[in-house]
Design a protein around this ligand. Structure first.
Ligand SMILES: N[C@@H](CCOP(=O)(O)O)C(=O)O
Length: 499
């Protein structure tokens, strides 16, 4: 759509212009720091940072319904910079001029409603939001688009040079960081640190294919993260994990899109998100709070975080209902099929603590945010059941479905609500877990016992010696090939019970 077709009353707002005054705010000591350099922790106390817009209130001069129209019409514009997450420019990066926006096709991911059978199975109606349909096949691309747009801005306006983008990863962040870095060709190098043997072959192939330096370390993700933190404190590297507050801003677009896709009617929704390094839940909370503050939505949805019993520090933290008595304790993780969330010491925990309090206060009720724990068995059974009903859920998507089902069973949410589940990555990235399930080859630590009715395996049709086979070295005559086709077709008709 061309700008001159946009309704007159919003035309001035339709192409975003740089605005606002961004600053980092430390969640440890509340100090603020200028935005014009790479900063991952507070220089004064080492605390975690969030980005805030000191001039945020200017956005309140525009009524919520006008913002809704602006975001909806922007989706139709033939303007690359606002095609993805930056159609919400004012909410997630308004200081960045559009010429620096990096767009690789992220965002705008589909909401797919579950069919009747699957809703009955879950005990509630729900949809998956398929963030596996992002360019590197996970939700991380939202955050990377933001972090790399900011790097691009620093390079263009502030003279930043020789960027080395560095991250620790369970597989999705590394794929995403390597992809976005490769878009800058030789101007940005990327290096990723992975826990050896804890990243699927598909995820490992992604940064390799994008030309990143891939370094595998012993241990789990939490160990790699510590090394990345050390490197970022001692060397000039661009840390691309969600400790980088620009990642959080970009990932807020997930909330904005849910609101948009549900026509800004969010009061009846329960948004279910897996918690690993906790950047995503941080962004989802923050995103909905922003929309509410600007009157773009009038009711906050319930937000439910899900963790596996094998990596559950946030769940354990919120078991204590009295905020003054809660103590955060990192846990030692055990092998989990929700491998992307196999994290015992989430870097965004201080952000979660602050935002959950704010969210509950704003909603006026404690159950506006909850955390639920699920077993590895439930995760696998849920993922496979979803995918047998038309979805492409990864194990973390399965974790969300397992969490939603539990919430209903435990009576923690009303059956009249509608679940929006984060399928964080494409199912193909995690096919090794499906394979283990189908071949009953899970190591005992996973505690997964396959259910026969969910298993599947290819059938092999091997013609007997008197039937010619195209697999033999010699070229089949027409007659021989006809015999093979007839044999194979009849065997298949027998298998499929065709009459
Ligand atoms: N699941 C993550 C872990 C790192 O999370 P991040 O959001 O802090 O980058 C991954 O894919 O590596």
């Amino acid at each position: 759509m061309r700008v001159d077709r946009i309704p007159q009353n919003i035309r001035d707002l339709i192409i975003p212009k740089p605005s606002g005054f961004y600053q980092y705010r430390c969640l440890g000591c509340n100090s603020v720091h200028p935005i014009d350099s790479l900063l991952y922790v507070c220089p004064e106390c080492g605390g975690v940072l969030l980005i805030e817009d000191r001039e945020w209130d200017r956005l309140k001069k525009v009524p919520g319904d006008v913002w809704r129209d602006v975001f909806d019409y922007r989706s139709m514009l033939n303007e690359t910079a606002v095609r993805g997450i930056y159609r919400f420019h004012e909410l997630l990066g308004s200081i960045i001029p559009l010429k620096y926006v990096v767009y690789l096709g992220e965002g705008h991911t589909p909401v797919v409603h579950a069919n009747r059978a699957l809703c009955d199975w879950a005990g509630i109606s729900f949809s998956f939001k398929n963030d596996g349909q992002n360019p590197s096949a996970s939700f991380k691309d939202r955050g990377m688009a933001s972090a790399f747009s900011y790097l691009n801005y620093l390079t263009g306006e502030k003279g930043l040079k020789n960027v080395i983008a560095l991250c620790a990863s369970t597989g999705d962040t590394s794929a995403s960081a390597a992809l976005y870095a490769s878009y800058f060709a030789n101007e940005v190098r990327s290096a990723v640190l992975l826990p050896r043997g804890r990243v699927t072959p598909q995820q490992l192939s992604q940064p390799l294919g994008n030309g990143a330096t891939v370094i595998e370390l012993p241990g789990v993700f939490d160990d790699c993260m510590k090394v990345v933190e050390y490197l970022s404190e001692h060397y000039p590297v661009a840390l691309m994990n969600s400790k980088n507050a620009w990642r959080i801003l970009g990932q807020e677009s997930y909330s904005f899109e849910i609101a948009q896709q549900f026509e800004y009617d969010t009061g009846n929704l329960v948004v279910v998100v897996p918690i690993g390094n906790a950047g995503n839940i941080t962004a989802v909370l923050s995103g909905f709070l922003k929309l509410y503050d600007l009157g773009i939505i009038t009711e906050l949805p319930v937000i439910a975080g899900v963790q596996s019993e094998h990596a559950n520090p946030v769940y354990l933290y919120y078991l204590e209902s009295d905020p003054r008595r809660r103590v955060f304790r990192p846990v030692k993780v055990r092998p989990s099929v929700a491998q992307a969330a196999m994290i015992g010491n989430p870097v965004s925990m201080p952000r979660v603590i602050e935002l959950v309090e704010r969210y509950r206060d704003t909603a006026g009720r404690a159950d506006a945010f909850m955390v639920v724990e699920v077993s590895e068995q439930e995760i696998m059974d849920s993922m496979l059941t979803a995918n047998r009903n038309g979805h492409i859920a990864c194990t973390q998507g399965g974790e969300c479905l397992a969490g939603l089902k539990r919430l209903v069973l435990e009576g923690r949410i009303s059956k009249n609500m509608h679940g929006v589940l984060d399928a964080t990555a494409h199912s193909l990235k995690f096919s090794v877990f499906q394979e283990k399930y189908f071949t009953d080859s899970f190591e005992p630590e996973y505690e997964v016992v396959p259910r026969e009715e969910l298993k599947n395996a290819p059938l092999t049709l091997e013609p007997p010696p008197d039937i010619p086979s195209p697999a033999s070295n010699k070229q089949l005559s027409d007659e021989e090939f006809r015999k093979f086709v007839q044999y194979a077709a009849e065997e298949i008709a027998r298998i499929l019970n065709l009459q």
